[in-house]
Ligand binder design. Structure first.
Ligand code: ATP
Length: 595
């Protein structure tokens, strides 16, 4: 059983998604501080510029003073330019690095979550989160983070200055703005929903694209191109629809937004002109007013947009955090010493359900050292599930029996450590799109070239590998698409041979191989099974006949057990199964023996 744990840091911040995002930014806090300071500097420079412009207007007759002010304005412009450069540079630096760390951590985390969790997600959706959602987060940090500091400061500075110059004029001018904010805020609300829907449909479309491309042979063979294309296009249609709805909303917001946010200028011109006439306001003050009013209107008009962006970013961050909140397999336990003489595998009254439907019920068996136990049963009877449980891919609930490997319960094992003692050869061979040598070396990462070749020879793979254009360096393509079924299986067997684990879990290939290829695979399997403890899902009569014990599964229960001949003598479930599934094999075997 897998004991699971949660990253304590993640658990603490379960509901504080921005706190969680900040934990990735924290290591680059120096750059964040530079970004914030530079934002504040730009805000101060913008306000100071207003004061200097006012001074200029008030000293139009004093050339020396004007020159002095012009020099300060020049210096301030340079400072403002440099500060803006640092905002862009520092934001790019910390956002890109924080996202790199987040993606790395997410990739590492995904490798550690149990299979039961992985079953809930589609890899296309996960890739979409890792790319598209992370991109939204990065864009916010890079382009909008500084506004959270710049806009309030420039707003407060401009407001204070304007209030001190003529409070009536500023109050009168901006009186309409709260209404404008409420209206545009309300109008911008659906933007968040559209953005979420877009991301969701994009994830679904990516999923279809990934399924289509990875299963392109089947898609072509069954002429599913149209079906898949329509599914993808339907997803993209929704992406487009929500994108257009969002843009429409933005466009609708723009006209009233401009009108509402330009209203203060109209009020200002009318009332400001009146105040000049009555002598309550100087020309210099009017100029600084017109300059600073922009710094009141801009933050307020951007506030709803920024709010919508914060919402969108928070949605993306939540989708990413959702992955991190998934518990990981407990691999922190110390390795336990094993007694090589102990029973390699033991199942004691194991019951298991993937979700609610019971798949295994009270399964008990012992796999002694260097013996072979064969699992047989109808499709869906639970044979593969037994292998998956033994690999620690799924946990069994307390009270549902015990699985032991070399005498230790799977609860006590460090799962990764326990897997050192297992080799898995499944019929659904997984090869990676790297060279043949590298694929074999995944059995033991630090194996030498000679060891890789020796394993390939024992797996009957060496000769065909040498015939390939780049020999051992030939890239096998996605999922080994450049190799035949039999060749892939022999590479998988070479990988298992290289690992040299004491326990072999084998799902015998059922795929129709030609006679020659089948004989080569069979011989390779015999090599890998020799002197090993083997639990095999048997599809061949020869394997079943050679097995020390055959377990017959029916609807998740072991209904019969014994050797092939003992079971045949019983005339029960196995006999029926044998007649249905293996008789053709038997006839072939008899024919080969000349009977
Ligand atoms: N990840 C999963 N989530 C939910 N149900 C599953 C999962 N994997 C398998 N099942 C179900 O568990 C049952 C047993 O499946 P299992 O693969 O163990 O059968 P099997 O005997 O190996 O079949 P076959 O010989 O066809 O491979 C099946 O009904 C299957 O639908």
């Amino acid at each position: 059983m897998i004991v699971t744990k949660q990253d304590p840091q993640t658990r603490k911040r379960k509901n504080a998604v921005f706190g969680w995002v900040l934990s990735f930014v924290k290591p680059y806090r120096n750059w964040v501080v530079i970004c914030i300071l530079a934002s504040l500097l730009v805000a101060v420079a913008d306000i100071l510029m207003g004061v200097l412009i006012q001074r200029m207007v008030e000293h139009t007759n004093d050339f020396d003073k004007l020159l002095h002010i012009a020099l300060i304005i020049f210096c301030l412009t340079i400072v403002g330019f440099l500060a803006k450069y640092f905002i862009t540079y520092s934001a790019a630096r910390f956002s890109a690095r924080a996202m790199r760390d987040l993606k790395n951590k997410m990739a590492a985390h995904l490798e550690k979550v149990p299979m039961s969790t992985m079953d809930q997600y589609h890899s296309g959706d996960l890739v979409s989160r890792l790319t598209s959602d992370a991109q939204i987060l990065q864009s916010f940090l890079q382009q909008h983070f500084f506004q959270l500091f710049y806009l309030p400061v420039v707003f407060a500075g401009a407001l204070t200055l304007l209030l001190s110059i003529n409070w009536k004029l500023i109050i009168f001018s901006v009186a309409i703005l709260p209404i404008a904010i409420v209206i545009t805020g309300r109008m911008s609300r659906p933007l968040q929903t559209y953005a979420e829907r877009m991301q969701e449909h994009l994830g679904q479309a990516n999923t279809v694209a990934q399924d289509t491309l990875s299963g392109i042979h089947m898609v072509k063979a069954f002429q599913l191109e149209d079906v898949m294309y329509r599914k993808y296009a339907a997803g993209m249609k929704q992406v487009l629809k929500n994108g257009i709805l969002a843009e429409k909303k933005r466009a609708w917001m723009t006209a009233p937004g401009i009108l509402l946010f330009s209203a203060p200028i109209l009020f200002f011109v009318a009332y400001g002109g009146y105040l000049i006439q009555t002598g309550e306001l100087s020309l210099g003050s009017l100029v600084i007013f017109s300059y600073l009013l922009h710094f009141i209107i801009e933050p307020l008009s951007l506030a709803p947009v920024l709010f919508a962006q914060v919402q969108e970013t928070s949605g993306a961050a939540k989708r990413l955090q959702d992955i991190f909140l998934q518990p990981v397999e407990e691999n922190g336990r110390t390795a336990i010493p094993i007694d090589p003489a102990a029973v390699p595998v033991e199942f004691e009254n194991v019951s298991f359900a993937y979700e609610k439907t019971k798949i295994l019920e009270n399964v008990s068996f012992v796999l002694p050292p260097n013996k072979t136990v064969a699992l047989v049963g109808a499709s869906g009877s639970g044979k593969s599930t037994i292998l998956k449980l033994l690999c620690g891919f799924y946990r069994i609930e307390p009270g549902n029996g015990c699985m032991r490997v070399f005498g230790h319960s799977l609860n006590d094992w460090n799962t990764a450590e326990m897997r050192h003692y297992l080799s898995l050869v499944s019929q659904d061979t997984t090869l990676f799109p790297v060279s043949i040598a590298e694929n074999i070396s995944y059995g033991r990462v630090h194996a030498t070239r000679d060891e890789i070749i020796a394993a390939a020879k024992a797996a009957n793979a060496h000769d065909f590998i040498l015939e390939l254009p780049q020999g051992y360096e030939t890239k096998v393509g996605e999922r080994g698409s450049r190799l035949s079924g039999g060749q892939k299986q022999r590479i998988a067997i070479a990988r298992a041979l290289l690992k040299d684990a004491p326990i072999l879990l084998l799902d015998e290939p059922t795929s129709a191989l030609d006679t020659e290829s089948e004989a080569l695979v069979q011989e390779a399997l015999e090599n890998v099974m020799r002197n090993r403890t083997v639990l095999v899902i048997a599809h061949r009569l020869s394997t079943i006949k050679d097995a020390d014990e055959v377990l017959v599964l029916e609807q998740g229960q072991i209904v019969e057990r014994g050797t092939h001949y003992e079971l045949l003598a019983q005339g029960g479930v196995y006999t029926r199964l044998y007649q249905k599934q293996f008789a053709t094999d038997e006839q072939r075997a008899l024919a080969a023996e000349g009977v």
